[in-house]
Write a new protein. Structure first.
Lengths: 258, 272
């Protein structure tokens, strides 16, 4: 959808009220990046260019460094070598326009749902939070404690929390891994719709190839500290059943590389 | 009568039973005590009958001595708690969020904590005499440590995932402490408060018994000299009631401050 906007316009006014459709998606450029923890090298000389608005899935075995890559893009960790550019800025610390969804929802148990969604408490947060909750279909749970929500609902609240600030980049670290199959299907539909509405650049970490094929424009396989496969997924949306020949071929290609 | 009605009837009766059951044993003991005291099995100079204690209660209530002494004791207790608990809380927060502060204070606090604070009573009497300061000082020392320890521990055990999340979502330093770290430490801090309340009464009883010219402890020691056993027993009961009252107040505070906590969201349960 946003392929023409390979480099997004510079936006620094990140705190402005939610302006929906005009996307402020940001591109991600990873340039010769390596990451080591002590002597152990996790990622080695990675080059990647993700255009603004693209939905990328990163697939790999556990321990292949995919979560590390996500944390580096988020600015939570620093690369050992090379650099990451989001939008037009080199990532050196946390980016206000980048939002991260964790494996667990990480809601504050002592804040009600609405308070969790508007956690940054910028001006007019209550209204923006209500809109975001509406967006994920939880408007009626605004005044509940997180403890009474189901796992899927908690992740939806976490998604709403990410949406409030209208992010340019949304990073997802296996957020649906702990959910049952039915709920996961619901979350896939929800995420796809929201991504289409907001147009942010999305990087989804997953070990589930079907999930990657269900959602992503592009699948990247990480193996042996580097990119083993980088394929475009040119299937029409929404991809409810992925049993056709083209998908199966792609699927086995990806699985062969994981 | 339908089965549902029968169940409701049974449910209603068992609810009444559940409320009354905890009181059955004390009541039986009380009646046995009364009978033994009246029949002369227990000498009333050693242990007066419950009715005599009640009479003493009634009398001291009307002549005002009970309320005066209780008010003085309560005031001392809470002054000490406020000072000691305040110091413990501030130091706990400081050491919890700052490594240099921990290095500076924590080992000293751990060392002092292991000194039984009642052991310094002779020193305290030499310093302050038997004035108000002595009692308040002792209560403050006693209640500072449980609050310090639990605040420190509570802050250090806040889920690091939540702190990381708060950073990703751009919370500033103050917001991080106020909205993430402090509420996260609150269950532990309140446990500390309950411990501190227990120690507060204990310390005060000892301090007032040894050196005081007013308060419940003084009232009982004074009564001992005149062999007014009923007043002594009354004093003990007043201490028990004050302790229970403070504990109930903390429980109420807990269920309000921790309303978000799954443990406090269960259906209304009477815990006595």
């Amino acid at each position: 959808m946003n392929m023409s906007a390979a480099i997004s316009p510079v936006r620094t006014d990140i705190r402005e009220p939610q302006s929906k459709h005009p996307s402020k998606a940001q591109s991600i450029v990873i340039d010769g990046m390596s990451k080591s923890f002590g002597d152990r090298r996790v990622l080695s000389d990675i080059d990647l260019a993700i255009p603004a608005g693209q939905f990328v899935a990163i697939v790999g075995r556990s321990g292949c460094g995919k979560s590390t890559l996500l944390r580096l893009i988020a600015g939570l960790d620093q690369a050992t070598a090379g650099k990451i550019i989001v939008g037009d800025r080199t990532v050196e610390s946390l980016q206000p326009s980048t939002r991260l969804l964790f494996q667990d929802a990480r809601l504050l148990p002592w804040q009600r749902v609405i308070g969790n969604v508007g956690i940054a408490r910028h001006d007019g947060w209550r209204k923006a939070a209500a809109v975001a909750l509406e967006d994920v279909g939880l408007a009626d749970r605004a005044n509940d404690w997180p403890a009474v929500l189901s796992g899927g609902q908690r992740q939806r609240v976490a998604l709403a929390r990410a949406l409030v600030s209208d992010p340019g980049v949304l990073l997802l670290d296996e957020p649906f891994g702990a959910l049952d199959a039915l709920t996961r299907g619901e979350m896939h539909r929800l995420l796809e719709r929201i991504w289409q509405e907001h147009g942010f650049t999305t990087v989804l970490i997953t070990h589930d190839v079907s999930e990657a094929l269900r959602l992503a424009d592009r699948v990247i396989v990480l193996r042996d500290q580097g990119v083993a496969l980088d394929v475009q997924v040119e299937l029409p949306r929404s991809r409810r059943d992925i049993g056709d020949a083209a998908t199966m071929t792609l699927r086995s290609r990806i699985l062969a590389e994981v | 009568m339908t089965a549902a009605m029968l169940n409701r009837f049974r449910g209603g009766r068992s609810a009444v039973l559940r409320t009354l059951a905890p009181w059955a044993l004390p009541l039986v003991l009380l009646i046995a005590w009364e009978i033994m005291a009246r029949s002369g099995l227990i000498e009333s100079r050693l242990l007066p009958a419950p009715s005599a204690v009640f009479a003493a209660f009634w009398e001291s209530l009307w002549n005002g001595t009970l309320l005066t002494h209780t008010a003085i004791s309560t005031e001392r207790a809470f002054k000490g708690l406020l000072i000691g608990g305040g110091i413990g809380f501030v130091l706990g927060v400081l050491c919890g969020i700052s490594r240099p502060a921990e290095t500076m204070f924590d080992s000293s606090m751990q060392m002092l904590r292991n000194v039984p604070h009642l052991a310094i009573i002779p020193l305290v009497i030499m310093w302050f005499g038997i004035g108000e300061e002595a009692k308040i000082f002792l209560v403050a020392i006693g209640s500072a440590f449980p609050i310090y320890l639990n605040t420190f521990h509570g802050i250090r055990t806040v889920d690091s995932g939540l702190i990381e999340m708060a950073r990703v979502y751009g919370l500033g330093r103050f917001a991080l402490y106020w909205r993430v770290i402090l509420p996260g430490a609150m269950p532990s801090i309140l446990v500390g408060l309950r411990y501190a309340l227990g120690i507060m009464w204990l310390t005060l009883i000892v301090a007032e018994t040894i050196s005081a010219s007013s308060g419940i402890g003084y009232m009982t020691m004074n009564a001992r000299e005149f062999l007014q056993t009923d007043i002594v027993v009354l004093g003990i009961i007043v201490y028990a009631l004050l302790g229970k009252l403070a504990d109930s107040a903390t429980r109420a505070l807990e269920s309000k401050a921790l309303a978000w906590h799954p443990a406090y969201q269960a259906t209304e349960r009477t815990t006595g």
